[in-house]
Design a protein around this ligand. Structure first.
Ligand code: FAD
Ligand code: EGO
Length: 470
Protein backbone atom coordinates (compact mmCIF):
# COMPACT_ATOMS: atom_id res chain seq x y z
CA UNK A 1 0.00 0.00 0.00
CA UNK A 2 1.31 3.46 -0.84
CA UNK A 3 0.73 5.99 1.77
CA UNK A 4 1.92 9.53 1.89
CA UNK A 5 2.95 10.78 5.28
CA UNK A 6 0.24 13.25 6.27
CA UNK A 7 1.53 16.76 5.99
CA UNK A 8 0.48 18.78 9.03
CA UNK A 9 0.34 22.12 7.24
CA UNK A 10 -0.21 21.04 3.57
CA UNK A 11 3.45 21.89 3.08
CA UNK A 12 5.30 19.53 0.78
CA UNK A 13 6.62 16.26 2.16
CA UNK A 14 10.40 15.83 2.04
CA UNK A 15 11.72 12.31 2.53
CA UNK A 16 15.33 12.22 3.76
CA UNK A 17 16.73 8.74 3.09
CA UNK A 18 19.59 8.06 5.53
CA UNK A 19 19.77 9.26 9.13
CA UNK A 20 23.56 9.52 9.25
CA UNK A 21 25.45 12.77 9.76
CA UNK A 22 24.29 14.54 6.59
CA UNK A 23 20.73 13.14 6.60
CA UNK A 24 20.16 14.17 10.21
CA UNK A 25 21.49 17.68 9.55
CA UNK A 26 19.46 17.97 6.35
CA UNK A 27 16.32 17.04 8.28
CA UNK A 28 16.96 20.09 10.50
CA UNK A 29 17.38 22.34 7.45
CA UNK A 30 14.13 21.20 5.79
CA UNK A 31 12.16 21.11 9.05
CA UNK A 32 13.34 24.65 9.83
CA UNK A 33 11.79 25.72 6.51
CA UNK A 34 8.46 24.20 7.55
CA UNK A 35 8.37 21.14 5.29
CA UNK A 36 6.89 17.92 6.55
CA UNK A 37 10.12 15.93 6.97
CA UNK A 38 10.25 12.14 7.11
CA UNK A 39 13.69 10.64 7.81
CA UNK A 40 14.09 6.96 6.85
CA UNK A 41 17.11 5.22 8.39
CA UNK A 42 17.92 1.54 7.84
CA UNK A 43 19.58 1.11 11.23
CA UNK A 44 17.85 1.02 14.58
CA UNK A 45 17.88 4.27 16.56
CA UNK A 46 21.55 4.61 17.56
CA UNK A 47 20.43 6.67 20.59
CA UNK A 48 18.72 3.59 22.03
CA UNK A 49 21.47 1.12 21.09
CA UNK A 50 23.52 -0.06 24.08
CA UNK A 51 26.74 1.89 24.30
CA UNK A 52 29.43 -0.23 22.79
CA UNK A 53 32.46 0.65 24.96
CA UNK A 54 35.86 0.83 23.40
CA UNK A 55 36.70 2.62 20.24
CA UNK A 56 34.97 5.92 19.71
CA UNK A 57 35.50 7.00 16.17
CA UNK A 58 36.11 10.70 15.86
CA UNK A 59 36.24 13.18 13.00
CA UNK A 60 37.77 16.57 12.27
CA UNK A 61 35.11 19.27 12.08
CA UNK A 62 36.19 22.52 10.45
CA UNK A 63 34.78 25.83 9.20
CA UNK A 64 32.47 24.60 6.43
CA UNK A 65 30.80 22.05 8.66
CA UNK A 66 30.53 24.54 11.53
CA UNK A 67 28.82 27.14 9.32
CA UNK A 68 26.19 24.55 8.36
CA UNK A 69 25.66 23.57 12.01
CA UNK A 70 25.45 27.25 12.93
CA UNK A 71 22.56 27.75 10.50
CA UNK A 72 20.40 25.29 12.41
CA UNK A 73 21.61 26.48 15.83
CA UNK A 74 23.72 23.40 16.51
CA UNK A 75 27.24 24.84 16.31
CA UNK A 76 27.65 25.70 20.00
CA UNK A 77 26.33 22.32 21.17
CA UNK A 78 28.69 20.40 18.88
CA UNK A 79 31.72 22.66 19.42
CA UNK A 80 31.31 22.44 23.21
CA UNK A 81 31.71 18.65 22.88
CA UNK A 82 34.70 18.92 20.56
CA UNK A 83 38.41 19.19 21.33
CA UNK A 84 40.22 22.03 19.50
CA UNK A 85 43.33 21.05 17.57
CA UNK A 86 45.33 24.26 17.05
CA UNK A 87 48.23 22.66 15.22
CA UNK A 88 49.55 19.50 13.71
CA UNK A 89 52.05 17.56 15.77
CA UNK A 90 54.41 15.81 13.39
CA UNK A 91 56.00 12.68 14.84
CA UNK A 92 59.42 11.91 13.33
CA UNK A 93 60.92 8.43 13.25
CA UNK A 94 63.40 9.38 15.98
CA UNK A 95 60.50 10.31 18.25
CA UNK A 96 60.82 14.09 18.05
CA UNK A 97 57.48 15.91 17.90
CA UNK A 98 57.25 19.13 15.88
CA UNK A 99 54.17 21.34 16.25
CA UNK A 100 53.16 23.45 13.22
CA UNK A 101 50.29 25.82 13.97
CA UNK A 102 47.33 25.82 11.60
CA UNK A 103 47.35 29.56 11.37
CA UNK A 104 45.95 32.54 13.22
CA UNK A 105 44.34 32.24 16.67
CA UNK A 106 40.81 31.37 15.55
CA UNK A 107 42.02 28.82 13.05
CA UNK A 108 41.71 25.39 14.61
CA UNK A 109 39.94 22.15 13.72
CA UNK A 110 37.81 20.21 16.20
CA UNK A 111 37.95 16.55 17.08
CA UNK A 112 34.33 15.44 17.51
CA UNK A 113 32.87 12.04 18.38
CA UNK A 114 31.02 10.67 15.36
CA UNK A 115 28.29 8.74 17.19
CA UNK A 116 27.59 11.63 19.57
CA UNK A 117 27.39 14.08 16.66
CA UNK A 118 24.90 11.81 14.89
CA UNK A 119 22.78 11.45 18.05
CA UNK A 120 22.74 15.21 18.68
CA UNK A 121 21.63 15.90 15.11
CA UNK A 122 18.91 13.23 15.21
CA UNK A 123 17.57 14.66 18.46
CA UNK A 124 17.70 18.19 17.04
CA UNK A 125 15.67 17.06 14.02
CA UNK A 126 13.19 15.23 16.25
CA UNK A 127 12.53 18.45 18.18
CA UNK A 128 10.72 19.87 15.14
CA UNK A 129 6.97 19.07 15.31
CA UNK A 130 6.99 18.69 11.52
CA UNK A 131 9.77 16.09 11.47
CA UNK A 132 9.51 12.31 11.98
CA UNK A 133 12.34 9.80 12.32
CA UNK A 134 11.54 6.33 10.93
CA UNK A 135 14.22 3.84 11.97
CA UNK A 136 14.65 0.29 10.67
CA UNK A 137 13.39 1.47 7.26
CA UNK A 138 15.74 0.35 4.52
CA UNK A 139 15.10 1.83 1.08
CA UNK A 140 15.00 -0.80 -1.67
CA UNK A 141 14.07 1.35 -4.67
CA UNK A 142 11.98 4.32 -5.75
CA UNK A 143 9.88 5.26 -8.76
CA UNK A 144 11.15 8.23 -10.75
CA UNK A 145 7.67 9.02 -12.11
CA UNK A 146 5.63 8.97 -8.93
CA UNK A 147 8.36 9.46 -6.30
CA UNK A 148 6.98 6.37 -4.51
CA UNK A 149 9.66 4.67 -2.37
CA UNK A 150 9.70 1.01 -1.33
CA UNK A 151 11.11 0.28 2.13
CA UNK A 152 11.71 -3.07 3.78
CA UNK A 153 11.33 -3.43 7.55
CA UNK A 154 13.30 -5.76 9.81
CA UNK A 155 10.45 -8.31 9.66
CA UNK A 156 10.70 -8.30 5.87
CA UNK A 157 7.43 -6.40 5.44
CA UNK A 158 7.47 -3.90 2.58
CA UNK A 159 6.06 -0.41 2.81
CA UNK A 160 5.49 2.11 0.01
CA UNK A 161 5.82 5.78 0.88
CA UNK A 162 5.16 8.80 -1.34
CA UNK A 163 6.96 12.14 -1.04
CA UNK A 164 7.23 15.40 -2.99
CA UNK A 165 11.03 15.45 -2.73
CA UNK A 166 13.45 12.61 -2.00
CA UNK A 167 16.82 13.66 -0.52
CA UNK A 168 19.35 10.82 -0.85
CA UNK A 169 21.69 10.97 2.15
CA UNK A 170 22.23 7.22 2.33
CA UNK A 171 26.00 7.23 2.06
CA UNK A 172 28.66 6.00 -0.34
CA UNK A 173 26.68 2.90 -1.35
CA UNK A 174 23.44 4.82 -1.78
CA UNK A 175 20.27 2.96 -2.76
CA UNK A 176 18.70 6.25 -3.87
CA UNK A 177 21.52 6.67 -6.41
CA UNK A 178 20.72 3.27 -7.96
CA UNK A 179 17.82 4.84 -9.85
CA UNK A 180 20.17 7.53 -11.21
CA UNK A 181 22.42 4.84 -12.70
CA UNK A 182 19.52 3.76 -14.90
CA UNK A 183 19.15 7.26 -16.38
CA UNK A 184 20.86 8.37 -19.56
CA UNK A 185 23.63 10.96 -19.25
CA UNK A 186 24.26 10.10 -15.60
CA UNK A 187 28.02 10.11 -14.99
CA UNK A 188 29.38 7.86 -12.25
CA UNK A 189 32.83 6.72 -11.12
CA UNK A 190 34.12 4.95 -8.06
CA UNK A 191 37.69 4.16 -7.08
CA UNK A 192 38.84 1.92 -4.25
CA UNK A 193 42.38 2.88 -3.18
CA UNK A 194 44.94 0.15 -2.29
CA UNK A 195 45.14 1.46 1.29
CA UNK A 196 42.91 0.37 4.12
CA UNK A 197 42.50 1.82 7.59
CA UNK A 198 42.39 0.44 11.07
CA UNK A 199 41.58 2.24 14.30
CA UNK A 200 43.48 1.80 17.56
CA UNK A 201 42.86 3.43 20.93
CA UNK A 202 45.61 5.21 22.87
CA UNK A 203 44.62 5.15 26.58
CA UNK A 204 45.24 7.95 29.09
CA UNK A 205 48.35 7.82 31.27
CA UNK A 206 47.61 8.36 34.99
CA UNK A 207 44.22 9.82 34.02
CA UNK A 208 45.75 12.31 31.61
CA UNK A 209 46.08 12.37 27.81
CA UNK A 210 49.09 10.28 26.73
CA UNK A 211 50.10 13.07 24.27
CA UNK A 212 49.37 16.77 23.99
CA UNK A 213 45.59 16.86 23.33
CA UNK A 214 45.13 20.03 21.30
CA UNK A 215 46.91 18.75 18.24
CA UNK A 216 46.21 16.62 15.22
CA UNK A 217 48.97 14.07 15.66
CA UNK A 218 50.42 12.86 12.36
CA UNK A 219 53.05 10.18 11.70
CA UNK A 220 53.77 10.64 7.96
CA UNK A 221 55.80 7.64 6.68
CA UNK A 222 55.22 7.82 2.91
CA UNK A 223 53.41 4.51 2.28
CA UNK A 224 52.26 4.29 5.87
CA UNK A 225 50.55 7.08 7.74
CA UNK A 226 48.98 7.30 11.13
CA UNK A 227 46.97 10.05 12.75
CA UNK A 228 45.58 10.47 16.24
CA UNK A 229 42.63 12.65 17.27
CA UNK A 230 41.79 13.25 20.95
CA UNK A 231 38.54 12.15 22.63
CA UNK A 232 36.70 13.64 25.61
CA UNK A 233 37.50 10.52 27.66
CA UNK A 234 41.20 11.45 27.36
CA UNK A 235 41.91 8.67 24.91
CA UNK A 236 43.17 9.17 21.37
CA UNK A 237 41.69 7.35 18.39
CA UNK A 238 44.62 6.44 16.17
CA UNK A 239 43.90 5.67 12.53
CA UNK A 240 46.55 3.63 10.73
CA UNK A 241 46.50 3.90 6.92
CA UNK A 242 48.40 1.12 5.15
CA UNK A 243 48.20 -0.87 1.90
CA UNK A 244 45.99 -3.97 2.22
CA UNK A 245 48.85 -6.18 1.03
CA UNK A 246 50.85 -4.99 4.04
CA UNK A 247 47.92 -5.57 6.42
CA UNK A 248 47.69 -9.11 5.03
CA UNK A 249 51.39 -9.79 5.74
CA UNK A 250 51.09 -8.88 9.42
CA UNK A 251 49.42 -11.89 11.00
CA UNK A 252 50.95 -12.21 14.48
CA UNK A 253 51.21 -9.92 17.50
CA UNK A 254 55.00 -9.91 17.29
CA UNK A 255 54.85 -8.85 13.64
CA UNK A 256 52.64 -5.94 14.71
CA UNK A 257 55.22 -4.86 17.27
CA UNK A 258 58.09 -5.28 14.79
CA UNK A 259 56.20 -3.16 12.27
CA UNK A 260 55.48 -0.42 14.79
CA UNK A 261 59.08 -0.61 16.04
CA UNK A 262 60.23 0.16 12.51
CA UNK A 263 57.77 2.92 11.61
CA UNK A 264 56.01 4.23 14.71
CA UNK A 265 58.34 3.36 17.62
CA UNK A 266 57.05 6.16 19.88
CA UNK A 267 53.47 4.90 19.54
CA UNK A 268 54.20 1.42 20.95
CA UNK A 269 54.51 2.54 24.55
CA UNK A 270 51.70 5.09 24.15
CA UNK A 271 49.21 2.51 22.85
CA UNK A 272 50.67 -0.35 24.90
CA UNK A 273 52.20 -3.61 23.63
CA UNK A 274 49.31 -5.86 24.72
CA UNK A 275 46.64 -3.40 23.54
CA UNK A 276 48.43 -3.09 20.20
CA UNK A 277 48.57 -6.87 19.74
CA UNK A 278 44.90 -7.20 20.71
CA UNK A 279 43.29 -4.18 19.04
CA UNK A 280 45.18 -4.61 15.78
CA UNK A 281 43.30 -7.84 15.10
CA UNK A 282 39.94 -6.83 16.55
CA UNK A 283 38.48 -5.69 13.20
CA UNK A 284 39.74 -6.18 9.65
CA UNK A 285 41.17 -3.13 7.89
CA UNK A 286 38.38 -1.12 6.24
CA UNK A 287 38.35 -0.10 2.59
CA UNK A 288 38.21 3.49 1.35
CA UNK A 289 36.31 4.45 -1.77
CA UNK A 290 36.07 7.64 -3.77
CA UNK A 291 32.72 8.20 -5.54
CA UNK A 292 32.05 10.98 -8.06
CA UNK A 293 28.86 11.43 -10.00
CA UNK A 294 26.74 14.02 -11.77
CA UNK A 295 24.12 15.35 -12.01
CA UNK A 296 23.10 15.30 -8.33
CA UNK A 297 19.39 15.66 -9.16
CA UNK A 298 16.74 13.76 -11.08
CA UNK A 299 13.98 15.99 -12.41
CA UNK A 300 12.32 17.92 -9.60
CA UNK A 301 11.88 14.69 -7.60
CA UNK A 302 15.23 13.72 -6.11
CA UNK A 303 18.61 15.17 -5.05
CA UNK A 304 21.75 13.49 -3.65
CA UNK A 305 23.85 14.97 -0.83
CA UNK A 306 26.78 13.89 1.31
CA UNK A 307 28.61 10.66 0.59
CA UNK A 308 25.68 9.50 -1.59
CA UNK A 309 26.77 12.23 -4.01
CA UNK A 310 30.53 12.34 -3.35
CA UNK A 311 32.35 9.91 -1.12
CA UNK A 312 35.91 11.16 -0.72
CA UNK A 313 39.04 9.46 0.64
CA UNK A 314 39.68 10.81 4.16
CA UNK A 315 43.11 12.41 3.48
CA UNK A 316 41.88 15.93 3.85
CA UNK A 317 39.43 15.48 6.69
CA UNK A 318 36.67 17.08 4.58
CA UNK A 319 34.08 14.38 3.74
CA UNK A 320 31.58 15.28 6.44
CA UNK A 321 32.42 19.01 6.17
CA UNK A 322 31.66 18.88 2.44
CA UNK A 323 28.41 17.00 3.08
CA UNK A 324 27.37 19.51 5.72
CA UNK A 325 28.21 22.34 3.31
CA UNK A 326 25.98 20.60 0.71
CA UNK A 327 23.03 21.20 3.05
CA UNK A 328 23.99 24.87 3.49
CA UNK A 329 24.45 25.50 -0.24
CA UNK A 330 21.15 23.78 -1.09
CA UNK A 331 19.41 25.91 1.53
CA UNK A 332 20.96 29.11 0.10
CA UNK A 333 19.64 28.18 -3.36
CA UNK A 334 16.20 27.42 -1.88
CA UNK A 335 16.19 31.02 -0.60
CA UNK A 336 17.29 32.40 -3.96
CA UNK A 337 14.73 30.43 -6.02
CA UNK A 338 11.78 30.52 -3.62
CA UNK A 339 11.81 26.77 -2.91
CA UNK A 340 10.81 25.97 -6.50
CA UNK A 341 12.27 22.43 -6.74
CA UNK A 342 12.16 22.45 -10.56
CA UNK A 343 14.61 25.39 -10.47
CA UNK A 344 16.46 24.65 -7.23
CA UNK A 345 17.56 21.12 -8.10
CA UNK A 346 19.31 21.85 -11.44
CA UNK A 347 20.87 24.99 -9.93
CA UNK A 348 22.19 22.92 -7.00
CA UNK A 349 23.82 20.51 -9.48
CA UNK A 350 25.30 23.40 -11.47
CA UNK A 351 26.81 25.05 -8.40
CA UNK A 352 27.78 22.10 -6.25
CA UNK A 353 29.17 19.43 -8.64
CA UNK A 354 32.37 21.38 -9.53
CA UNK A 355 33.10 21.98 -5.84
CA UNK A 356 32.46 18.45 -4.58
CA UNK A 357 34.48 17.03 -7.49
CA UNK A 358 37.29 19.46 -6.58
CA UNK A 359 37.46 18.27 -2.95
CA UNK A 360 37.25 14.64 -4.09
CA UNK A 361 40.26 15.28 -6.38
CA UNK A 362 42.10 17.20 -3.65
CA UNK A 363 41.63 14.41 -1.14
CA UNK A 364 42.92 11.87 -3.68
CA UNK A 365 45.84 14.20 -4.55
CA UNK A 366 46.71 14.42 -0.87
CA UNK A 367 46.61 10.66 -0.58
CA UNK A 368 48.92 10.21 -3.60
CA UNK A 369 51.23 13.04 -2.46
CA UNK A 370 51.49 11.83 1.13
CA UNK A 371 51.93 8.18 0.13
CA UNK A 372 54.66 9.02 -2.40
CA UNK A 373 56.66 11.92 -0.98
CA UNK A 374 55.63 12.84 2.48
CA UNK A 375 57.76 11.73 5.40
CA UNK A 376 58.12 13.90 8.48
CA UNK A 377 61.00 15.99 7.06
CA UNK A 378 59.15 16.76 3.81
CA UNK A 379 55.93 17.47 5.72
CA UNK A 380 57.71 19.96 7.95
CA UNK A 381 59.65 21.52 5.05
CA UNK A 382 56.51 21.99 2.93
CA UNK A 383 54.56 23.55 5.73
CA UNK A 384 57.42 25.88 6.84
CA UNK A 385 57.96 27.12 3.26
CA UNK A 386 54.28 27.76 2.61
CA UNK A 387 53.78 29.38 6.01
CA UNK A 388 56.83 31.62 5.40
CA UNK A 389 55.55 32.70 1.97
CA UNK A 390 52.14 33.35 3.50
CA UNK A 391 53.78 35.53 6.13
CA UNK A 392 55.55 37.72 3.54
CA UNK A 393 52.67 37.74 1.03
CA UNK A 394 49.56 37.08 3.17
CA UNK A 395 47.01 38.02 0.50
CA UNK A 396 48.77 36.26 -2.37
CA UNK A 397 50.06 33.03 -0.90
CA UNK A 398 47.43 31.28 1.20
CA UNK A 399 48.17 27.66 2.18
CA UNK A 400 45.78 25.37 0.32
CA UNK A 401 44.93 23.65 3.60
CA UNK A 402 43.89 27.04 5.03
CA UNK A 403 41.60 27.83 2.09
CA UNK A 404 40.01 24.39 2.29
CA UNK A 405 39.75 24.09 6.06
CA UNK A 406 39.27 27.60 7.41
CA UNK A 407 37.27 29.40 4.75
CA UNK A 408 34.13 28.87 2.69
CA UNK A 409 35.98 29.74 -0.48
CA UNK A 410 34.41 27.43 -3.07
CA UNK A 411 36.53 24.27 -3.26
CA UNK A 412 37.11 24.61 -7.02
CA UNK A 413 38.16 28.25 -6.60
CA UNK A 414 40.58 27.29 -3.81
CA UNK A 415 42.16 24.78 -6.21
CA UNK A 416 42.34 27.42 -8.98
CA UNK A 417 44.02 29.88 -6.65
CA UNK A 418 46.42 27.17 -5.45
CA UNK A 419 47.48 26.39 -9.04
CA UNK A 420 47.96 30.11 -9.70
CA UNK A 421 50.07 30.67 -6.60
CA UNK A 422 52.18 27.57 -7.36
CA UNK A 423 52.93 29.18 -10.75
CA UNK A 424 53.80 32.47 -9.03
CA UNK A 425 56.10 30.65 -6.58
CA UNK A 426 57.82 28.72 -9.40
CA UNK A 427 58.25 31.89 -11.47
CA UNK A 428 59.52 33.70 -8.39
CA UNK A 429 62.04 30.95 -7.64
CA UNK A 430 63.14 30.92 -11.28
CA UNK A 431 63.62 34.69 -11.30
CA UNK A 432 65.67 34.49 -8.09
CA UNK A 433 67.84 31.76 -9.62
CA UNK A 434 68.35 33.82 -12.79
CA UNK A 435 69.31 36.93 -10.78
CA UNK A 436 71.72 34.95 -8.60
CA UNK A 437 73.30 33.28 -11.63
CA UNK A 438 73.76 36.44 -13.70
CA UNK A 439 74.77 38.50 -10.67
CA UNK A 440 77.23 35.82 -9.58
CA UNK A 441 78.87 35.48 -12.98
CA UNK A 442 79.08 39.30 -13.33
CA UNK A 443 80.89 39.54 -9.97
CA UNK A 444 83.21 36.64 -10.89
CA UNK A 445 84.14 38.28 -14.17
CA UNK A 446 84.35 41.79 -12.73
CA UNK A 447 86.31 40.82 -9.62
CA UNK A 448 87.89 37.46 -10.39
CA UNK A 449 89.44 36.00 -7.22
CA UNK A 450 93.31 35.69 -7.42
CA UNK A 451 93.19 31.90 -7.42
CA UNK A 452 90.78 31.87 -10.34
CA UNK A 453 93.09 34.23 -12.25
CA UNK A 454 96.13 31.92 -11.72
CA UNK A 455 94.08 28.86 -12.75
CA UNK A 456 92.84 30.53 -15.94
CA UNK A 457 96.40 31.68 -16.80
CA UNK A 458 97.80 28.14 -16.24
CA UNK A 459 94.98 26.64 -18.31
CA UNK A 460 95.61 29.18 -21.09
CA UNK A 461 99.41 28.41 -21.06
CA UNK A 462 98.78 24.65 -21.21
CA UNK A 463 96.41 25.04 -24.07
CA UNK A 464 99.07 27.08 -25.94
CA UNK A 465 101.96 24.63 -25.30
CA UNK A 466 100.79 21.23 -24.08
CA UNK A 467 104.45 19.94 -23.82
CA UNK A 468 105.39 22.66 -21.34
CA UNK A 469 104.90 20.93 -17.92
CA UNK A 470 104.76 24.18 -15.93
C1 FAD B 1 38.37 6.65 8.17
C2 FAD B 1 37.54 7.86 7.88
C3 FAD B 1 37.87 9.07 8.46
C4 FAD B 1 37.11 10.21 8.19
N1 FAD B 1 37.47 11.39 8.77
C5 FAD B 1 36.75 12.50 8.49
C6 FAD B 1 37.10 13.74 9.08
O1 FAD B 1 38.06 13.82 9.86
N2 FAD B 1 36.38 14.84 8.75
C7 FAD B 1 35.33 14.79 7.85
O2 FAD B 1 34.74 15.83 7.56
N3 FAD B 1 34.95 13.61 7.28
C8 FAD B 1 35.64 12.48 7.59
N4 FAD B 1 35.26 11.28 7.03
C9 FAD B 1 34.13 11.26 6.07
C10 FAD B 1 32.79 11.17 6.79
O3 FAD B 1 32.78 10.02 7.62
C11 FAD B 1 31.68 11.03 5.76
O4 FAD B 1 31.86 12.02 4.78
C12 FAD B 1 30.31 11.23 6.41
O5 FAD B 1 30.06 10.22 7.33
C13 FAD B 1 29.24 11.23 5.33
O6 FAD B 1 28.01 11.32 5.98
P1 FAD B 1 26.69 10.84 5.22
O7 FAD B 1 25.56 11.08 6.14
O8 FAD B 1 26.66 11.41 3.85
O9 FAD B 1 26.89 9.26 5.03
P2 FAD B 1 26.94 8.16 6.18
O10 FAD B 1 27.61 8.72 7.37
O11 FAD B 1 27.49 6.94 5.54
O12 FAD B 1 25.40 7.92 6.57
C14 FAD B 1 24.53 7.25 5.65
C15 FAD B 1 23.33 6.78 6.47
O13 FAD B 1 22.38 6.19 5.57
C16 FAD B 1 21.95 4.95 6.09
N5 FAD B 1 21.57 4.12 4.94
C17 FAD B 1 22.40 3.52 4.05
N6 FAD B 1 21.67 2.86 3.11
C18 FAD B 1 20.35 3.05 3.41
C19 FAD B 1 19.12 2.64 2.84
N7 FAD B 1 19.09 1.86 1.73
N8 FAD B 1 17.95 3.03 3.41
C20 FAD B 1 17.97 3.82 4.54
N9 FAD B 1 19.10 4.24 5.15
C21 FAD B 1 20.28 3.86 4.58
C22 FAD B 1 23.13 4.41 6.88
O14 FAD B 1 22.70 3.49 7.86
C23 FAD B 1 23.71 5.70 7.48
O15 FAD B 1 23.10 5.99 8.72
C24 FAD B 1 36.00 10.13 7.30
C25 FAD B 1 35.66 8.91 6.71
C26 FAD B 1 36.42 7.78 6.99
C27 FAD B 1 36.04 6.49 6.34
C1 EGO C 1 41.74 14.14 9.66
C2 EGO C 1 42.47 15.27 9.04
C3 EGO C 1 42.12 16.62 9.12
N1 EGO C 1 43.03 17.33 8.42
N2 EGO C 1 43.94 16.49 7.92
C4 EGO C 1 45.07 16.91 7.16
C5 EGO C 1 45.32 16.37 5.91
C6 EGO C 1 46.44 16.77 5.18
C7 EGO C 1 47.30 17.74 5.71
O1 EGO C 1 48.40 18.20 5.02
C8 EGO C 1 48.61 17.54 3.76
C9 EGO C 1 49.97 17.59 3.24
C10 EGO C 1 51.04 17.80 4.07
C11 EGO C 1 52.31 17.84 3.51
C12 EGO C 1 52.47 17.65 2.15
C13 EGO C 1 51.37 17.40 1.35
C14 EGO C 1 50.11 17.37 1.88
C15 EGO C 1 47.04 18.28 6.96
C16 EGO C 1 47.93 19.34 7.55
O2 EGO C 1 48.40 20.22 6.80
O3 EGO C 1 48.04 19.31 8.78
C17 EGO C 1 45.94 17.86 7.71
C18 EGO C 1 43.62 15.21 8.26
C19 EGO C 1 44.40 14.02 7.88
C20 EGO C 1 43.78 12.90 7.37
C21 EGO C 1 44.54 11.79 6.99
C22 EGO C 1 45.90 11.83 7.14
CL1 EGO C 1 46.90 10.46 6.72
C23 EGO C 1 46.53 12.95 7.64
F1 EGO C 1 47.86 12.95 7.77
C24 EGO C 1 45.78 14.08 8.03
Amino acid sequence: STNKRKSTNNKKVVAVVGGGLVGALNACFFAKRGFQVEVFESREDIRRAKIVKGRSINLALSHRGRQALKHVGMEDTIVSNGIPMHSRMIHSLNGTQSPIPYGKKGQYILSVDRANLNKELLSAAEMYPNANLNFAHKLLDWNTETGAMTFVRVDGAKEEIQADLIVGCDGAFSAVRKQFLRQSRFNYSQTYIPHGYLELTMPPVNGEFAMKPNHLHIWPRNTFMMIALPNLDKTFTCTLFMPFDKFEKITTGNQVIDFFQEYFPDAIQLIGVDALKRDYFRLPAQAMVSVKCSPYHLGDKCVLMGDAAHAVVPFYGQGMNAGFEDCLVFNEIMDQLNEDFSAVLPEYTRIRVPDDHAIADLAMYNYVEMRAHVNSKWFLFQKYVVNFLNMIMPRTIIPLYTMVTFTRMRYHEAVKHWHWQNKVIKQGLFACAAVCLSGGSYLLLRYPPKMLYVLVEQLWTRLQDPKNPS
